[in-house]
Design a protein around this ligand. Structure first.
Ligand code: ADP
Length: 478
């Protein structure tokens, strides 16, 4: 199977969020199953010299988009059995940051259109083009238009993955012909038209042969307006060709037994290193160094949908218990202020780290006892998987990928991986936290059982890669 994977960010070259992690792990997992997998992304200014020095120049060409004739340079790099292509156009990509420019619509329309041009330029016929999120939503739409002019794409099928439905790529109607190069026929209710605007994610959902999202529960939730941010009708209309596939983790790169970013290594057979990591974390953050007090941690963007209203609501009641609390993240000012103040109120017990810091994140994953994720919505969530892999027990609301990756702890059977609650309710969250710390304090054997089950659980990409492959096979056979 020849698979062309399209993403606006791919780790380790460039990353702002979870999409880059998926784009980094899924293609190599598919390649390992014997497929010809090629990934394409923009050549951003932020892609460092350590990668540029490994690239080879393939060729350059021009193509038309709307009234513009655009330059496209193509670079190539081989890594882990996958070929990576980088689209070079300095007008669009030699800038600070990846997103948030006034002409993002034009930049990613350019990129999506370039992607459609590449197969002919390198004379390669992909069986499937797999696009992701709003930035590359035009790929399946362009594919349906251009397949009749490009022999390499005549039989190509398309898959589109929603990583977060909040960001849909919504633009004014006037942009469609001029910037996206699409004639007025595309502005219809079963493609791009959305309350008088153009909605790229909607268009991609209709245009693709199959649609996926990043967990089975999130796929189900997207049928409801509470979760779908206005696209519930589009989702239900297309549910016949939709599936949820849980993201995986790179189990080798994220192994506490070998990870060089943590203070001491440890494994299910010898948890001693985790105690060292905990003491070092308490030291680093100015918390009282005490192995017997549980550290509750949060690592995420400080935004409403991560459930911070629940935490701030019952925070002082939570701190009545003998616990320490660590937060790492940036986001809404109100939450940032709340935690800054809390750190002053509870010296030696609360640590507020209002920043993005990958190294501190590693120290928290390895040093904390409990990872708190009361998300209102969570498409997949990687934080809880990292936490479990490093022996930090999750307390989560049962939504999206949290529901699919954290089976509730059952004290009778000693099964399950974490403590869970269902409703968006601060008291229910607090109850789950209390249940966790009760086991932590009173039942050490059960607690280390929870840690060990999480650490040895198989979060690898293999199973998910098989599921994607099954979808590719299904649509190409049709
Ligand atoms: P989302 O994609 O919604 O932000 P995920 O849980 O899927 O949430 O992924 C978040 C990733 O970003 C995790 O790898 C987490 O460790 C990391 N992360 C989030 N905030 C920070 C931060 N402030 N510092 C370091 N890493 C962070």
């Amino acid at each position: 199977m020849k698979i062309f994977f399209v993403a606006s960010e791919v780790a380790p070259f460039i990353k702002t969020g979870g999409l880059a992690d998926v784009a980094a792990s899924l293609p190599p997992a598919l390649a390992e199953l014997g497929n010809d997998v090629r990934v394409i992304l923009p050549l951003y200014a932020g892609i460092g010299d350590q990668w540029r020095s490994q690239m080879t120049f393939v060729k350059y060409f021009y193509f038309r988009l709307g009234w513009r004739s655009s330059y496209c340079g193509l670079f190539q790099l081989e890594r882990g059995g996958v070929t990576y292509y980088f689209v070079d156009n300095e007008t669009y990509f030699k800038r600070n940051g990846l997103y948030g420019h006034y002409d993002d619509g034009e930049r990613f329309a350019y990129f999506s259109r370039a992607v459609i041009e590449v197969p002919a330029q390198i004379d390669w016929s992909p069986d499937v083009i797999h696009a992701n999120d709003w930035e590359t939503a035009l790929v399946p739409i362009y594919l349906n238009d251009f397949r009749f002019m490009i022999p390499q794409l005549t039989k190509t099928k398309s898959v589109y993955t929603i990583h977060n439905i909040e960001y849909q790529g919504r633009f004014g109607r006037s942009i469609m012909e001029d910037v996206f190069g699409l004639d007025a026929g595309h502005f219809n209710e079963r493609l791009l038209s959305y309350y008088g605007d153009v909605n790229l994610m909607k268009g991609a959902i209709y245009a693709s042969d199959y649609v996926t999202t990043v967990s089975p529960t999130y796929a189900n939730e997207l049928q409801y307006s509470f979760y779908a941010h206005g696209l519930e009708g589009v989702i239900t209309d297309n549910y016949y060709k939709m599936a949820g596939i849980l993201n995986g983790l790179d189990m080798k790169a994220n192994d506490p037994a070998t990870d060089e970013n943590i203070v001491a290594n440890y494994s299910v057979d010898d948890l001693g290193g985790k105690a060292k990591c905990k003491a070092a974390l308490q030291e680093e953050l100015g918390l009282k160094v005490d192995p017997n007090v549980p550290i509750i941690a949060c690592i995420s963007r400080l935004v409403g949908h991560k459930g911070y209203d629940l935490i701030t609501n019952v925070f002082h009641r939570m701190m009545e218990a003998n616990v320490q609390f660590v937060v790492l993240g940036t986001g809404e000012w109100g939450f940032e202020e709340f935690f800054r103040n809390a750190a002053k109120q509870y010296p030696g017990r609360v640590s507020a780290n209002i920043k993005y810091n990958a190294s501190l994140a590693s120290h928290i994953y390895s040093g904390a006892d409990i990872m708190l994720m009361p998300s209102v919505a969570e498409p997949c969530g990687l934080t809880q998987m990292f936490a479990m892999r490093y022996g930090t027990v999750p307390v989560v609301r049962l939504t999206g990928g949290l529901r699919d990756s954290v089976p509730p702890y059952n004290p009778e059977t000693q099964e399950g991986l974490g403590f869970t609650f269902g409703n968006i309710n601060a008291d229910d969250m607090l109850d789950a936290v209390y249940r966790a710390i009760t086991v932590f304090y009173n039942d050490k054997d059960s607690w280390s059982g929870l840690m060990k089950r999480g650490m040895s659980y198989d979060f690898s990409w293999e199973k998910s890669a098989d599921e994607y492959l099954a979808i590719y096979n299904k649509i190409t056979e049709e």
